[in-house]
Structure formats: structure tokens, C-alpha cells
Design a protein around this ligand. Structure first.
Ligand SMILES: [Zn+2]
Length: 59
């Protein structure tokens, strides 16, 4: 899964689709609660982009 700011959320979605072939689940994070940084810049993340069908046997 990836964290992304508002600017980079579309890139994060594209990357996840490239990786998984499926449209990922997009979760909005409350700015007040977010302590994560965007995966593409140093800004505070505003979205969590996660694979819907995460495979626990993978990895
Ligand atoms: Zn960003």
C-alpha cells in the first residue's frame, strides 16, 4: 500500500493498478490524524491507497 498527498494520489492509483491489475481501495485520511508522508514527495499524506485483495500468503 501507498500513502499519497492530494497532488500525487492519481500517480499512486496508477502505480497500484500497474502492480496489481486491479483498481485499489482509496481511503481518505484525516489530516489531523495523518502522520505519514506522501510516497512521492515530502508532504503529509492525505490518502491511503491499498490493494483490496491483499494476499496474506504473498511475500
Ligand atoms: Zn505528494
Amino acid at each position: 500500500m501507498l500513502y499519497a498527498c492530494k497532488e500525487h494520489v492519481e500517480i499512486a492509483l496508477d502505480d497500484m493498478i500497474d502492480e496489481t491489475g486491479n483498481f485499489p481501495q482509496l481511503t481518505e485520511i484525516d489530516d489531523q490524524l495523518s502522520t505519514k508522508a506522501c510516497a512521492y514527495c515530502e508532504k503529509q499524506a492525505h490518502y491511503l491507497v491499498a490493494n483490496k485483495d491483499s494476499d496474506p500468503s504473498c511475500g
